[in-house]
Design a binder for this molecule. Structure first.
Ligand code: GLA
Length: 392
């Protein structure tokens, strides 16, 4: 569902910024929310995200020289960042433009060389720093624009991999594939059941008769730092190496719960064992949750969402008081089918499935309890599942 006002605004933004409107095209790439399967994507496990109807709008046009210019309408006192195809190294001074520049760099690494530069303006409606994948959205948007402007022969799945490659190797966050995949492959009214071990996936229709997906934003100022994220990933990798001495597996996602319990003593360190436990159990929860959903058992799906949060809180240790308050207060409300943190953690958002008649009570009660305990407000959004990137 394209927001025509946003489209109009980004095209006007382009004209205002660069004084040109001839042949300028408008584009969109969504944000994402993950329903279950958290911190499993770099362990060869399953995830179950969906694209949202909110995302990043872009306007772009090829240039005749090798300059690249970027402008974001999301910041006040924003400025035009000008660089060139000869300068593809990341820098602090480049700010947010390290994301689109990283994607240009990643295309070149794959042998797709841009013959000229381009001008680009972006305007997003994903709440800032909310953990709804504004960076993956920007990466996939940039890749989609490059494919469209230069005719590069890449699939949407390639756009996801290129985005992840640039984030890992240009922007220094060792993220998995979930976010870019959900953004690039999104399908209206469907979540994506993705096996990150081999990227096989299926779409699963989300029919929530009488209920909605509600996102609650902690508005926490300091969110996931790359270092904490990368540290969790290292713990899992080390645990995998230890397990591989006793069992033939490629990733933690290959283990059933029974196998994990059988072999877990091979992991020498208590903390590492508990982190690996989350990865294994969460993967199995995601698999069970999708079966429950297919069988029409939404209540079981909700119970597994709640169990996912508990594991992320107690074992994986990536929640924090803000996310815990939102989830725990949500669980108290009878019309809440399930509620959990979504994304990397430490801040960002929870995702909840809430019956229509309980939505007002949910916002009121969870909102009031959050304000009382945390000292500032949470924000609530009722969201819809949208499609992948598009020319609009
Ligand atoms: C972030 C990363 C993803 C994934 C989630 C946790 O969103 O970008 O790759 O690891 O955290 O599930």
């Amino acid at each position: 569902m394209i927001d025509q006002e946003m489209k109009k605004a980004v095209l006007e933004g382009f004209e205002k910024t660069y004084g040109d409107k001839e042949g300028v095209k408008a584009y969109f790439a969504p944000g994402r929310v993950n329903l279950i399967g958290e911190h499993t994507d770099y362990n060869g496990g399953h995830v179950f995200p969906c694209a949202l109807t909110i995302g990043t709008y872009g306007a772009a046009k090829k240039r005749d020289d090798n300059k690249m210019r970027f402008y974001s309408m999301n910041f006040t006192n924003s400025k035009v960042y000008e660089t060139s195809l000869d300068d593809l190294t990341p820098s602090d001074a480049a700010g947010w433009t390290n994301y689109p520049k990283g994607v240009v760099w990643a295309f070149e690494k794959r042998g797709f060389k841009l013959e000229t530069g381009f001008d680009m303006v972006i305007y997003g409606n994903i709440p800032n720093g909310s953990g709804l994948s504004s960076s993956a959205s920007l990466e996939v948007l940039t890749g989609f624009i490059l494919r469209d402007l230069y005719g590069f022969d890449v699939t949407n799945q390639d756009l996801a991999l290129i985005g992840q490659y640039s984030e890992n190797n240009y922007n220094g966050c060792n993220c998995g594939i979930m976010d870019q995949f959900a953004v690039a492959m999104g399908k209206e009214d469907n979540a994506i059941f993705l096996d990150t071990a081999d990227l096989s996936f299926e779409y699963a229709p989300i029919k929530l008769d009488g209920a909605k997906i509600v996102i609650a934003n902690t508005n926490k100022k300091h969110k996931l730092t790359d270092s904490q994220y990368n540290a969790r990933r290292s713990s899992c990798e080390k645990a995998l190496e230890e397990l591989q001495k006793v069992v033939d597996i490629k990733g933690l996602g290959d283990l059933s719960i029974e196998q994990f319990e059988q072999y877990k003593d091979a992991i020498a360190d208590d903390d590492r064992r508990i982190k690996a436990k989350h990865a294994v159990y969460e993967n199995q929860r995601a698999i069970e949750a999708v079966s429950a959903l297919k069988a029409g058992d939404l209540n079981r799906f909700g119970e597994l969402m709640n169990a996912s949060h508990v594991s992320l809180r107690d074992d994986y240790d990536v929640t924090g008081i803000e996310l815990d308050t939102l989830a725990e207060e949500a669980w108290k409300i009878p019309g809440v089918i399930g509620s959990r943190m979504t994304g990397g953690g430490f801040g960002g958002c929870t995702v909840s499935i809430v019956k229509d008649e309980a939505i007002d009570e949910f916002k009121e009660k969870v909102g009031a309890a959050y304000l009382k305990k945390i000292g500032y407000e949470a924000t609530f959004y009722i969201v819809e599942i949208g499609s992948g990137p598009a020319v609009i």
